[in-house]
Design a protein around this ligand. Structure first.
Ligand code: HEC
Ligand SMILES: [Cu+2]
Length: 359
């Protein structure tokens, strides 16, 4: 009895842990709040397969309990052997056909969704720009994201800007190790590989984008290094008009330092070698391999520093002083000389002023 107790002592602990862990996760990172056509399709498949599984479990459990109760050994009937049904044709056929039917019910919608999700012909279409199909080249890097709009020669980082209520097509690659592109509420996920381009599409429903708040949240979903869990990005879904406006703002953007301190920061940005990695123009024409750090043209408009810290002067200073503390293993640590307080102020002022939006 004692031994039995010790063995099961951990059970309540695990039960508690299950409860506790079930509370983990952020509501805005949930696939259970779909916000677009792809997410809807994937959500429906999840519900369908869960339903089928629950029905199977329920039916099997009921039969099991019934059989255990009905055919249990009773006092005085120890030698009564019930009718044996082994090899019974009818039963064998029933429990072979039912699973086949269930699998068919699952297969048809899964296969049809798989083909729908793979419809990316628009990417190869030569007239895609004229037809207003938006293509984004996503490049995943340790531990930041780059989004290039090849039809407009525009590059941005960390914040993905998309139009609502239409298909947005993605070319996915990685520049160093394998990552995975995932916007839980919009759908996905798909690996970004170093040696081939994966393609997918998503759509963002305008009504539900408004409900979600300012941003959708995106994540890297493939363990890629010590800061993998911090490899976040944001998705801003704009109406088509606002999106077109944003593109034209980006096309004409020119970084201007407006205060004296910012001008100083701009100089430091060159002197300290930041410019060797970071572009500050959204029409960065360097080849991808030369773009070794996030494009900072829209940095002043981003919600976060390095994808994770709220974007304010204090956090920018902290990040520049010691990026390693915030993102272990990142590729900026120790690549530039130590900065004095005054230099940090100037650089922060300059960085906060990097904006392109006209509205
Ligand atoms: C060797 C290349 C390199 C140099 C030099 C460099 N950085 Fe970075 N920087 C990076 C990389 C890579 C990241 C992305 C880090 C991450 O998120 O993992 C980054 C991130 C940043 C970010 C956050 C960007 C964002 O979009 O949130 C800022 C701001 C920044 N760097 C400013 C600077 C400044 C200012 C300097 C010069 C003092 C500098 N960097 C020098 C590579 C570099
Ligand atoms: Cu990762």
């Amino acid at each position: 009895m004692r031994k039995w107790l010790t063995k099961w002592r951990l059970l309540p602990l695990f039960a508690m842990l299950t409860l506790f862990l079930a509370g983990c996760g952020e509501p805005f990172l949930s696939t259970l709040k779909p916000a677009g056509e792809v997410a809807d399709m994937q959500y429906d498949l999840m519900v369908l397969s869960t339903l089928i599984m629950v029905v199977v479990i329920a039916v099997v459990t009921v039969i099991f309990i019934y059989v255990v109760v009905k055919f249990r050994r009773r006092k005085g009937e120890e030698n009564n052997i019930p009718v044996q049904v082994e090899g019974n044709h009818k039963l064998e056929i029933i429990w072979t056909v039912i699973p086949i039917l269930l699998l068919l019910v699952l297969t048809v919608p899964v296969v049809s969704a798989t083909f729908k999700l793979a419809e990316v012909d628009a990417i190869e279409d030569e007239n895609r720009k004229a037809e207003d199909a938006i293509v984004v080249n996503v490049r995943a890097n340790l531990y930041w994201w780059e989004f290039e709009y090849p039809d407009y020669g525009v590059v941005t980082s960390q914040d993905l800007i998309v139009p609502t209520d239409e298909k947005v097509y993605f070319n996915l690659i990685a520049s160093d190790v394998k990552h995975s592109f995932w916007i839980p509420s919009a759908g996905g996920k798909m690996d970004t590989n170093t040696d081939n381009v994966n393609q997918m599409w998503l759509s963002f429903d305008s009504a539900r984008a408004d409900q979600a708040g300012e941003y959708f949240y995106g994540k890297c979903a493939e363990l890629c290094g010590p800061s993998h869990g911090l490899m976040d990005f944001k998705v801003k879904a704009l109406s088509r008009d606002e999106f077109d406006q944003w593109i034209s703002d980006m096309e004409g953007a020119q970084a201007v330092a407006s205060t004296e301190l910012a001008v100083q920061g701009e100089q430091l940005f060159e002197e300290k070698g930041c410019i060797a990695c970071h572009a500050v123009s959204p029409t960065d024409e360097r080849p991808a391999a030369a773009r070794t750090a996030p494009n900072l043209a829209t940095f002043g408009e981003r919600a976060r520093v390095a994808g994770i810290l709220p974007n304010d002067a204090e956090n920018i200073r902290n990040w520049l002083k010691d990026p390693e503390t915030y993102k272990p293993g990142n590729k900026m640590t120790n690549t530039y000389p130590k900065l004095s307080d005054q230099e940090l102020d100037a650089l922060t002022e300059y960085l906060m002023g990097l904006k392109v939006s006209s509205n």
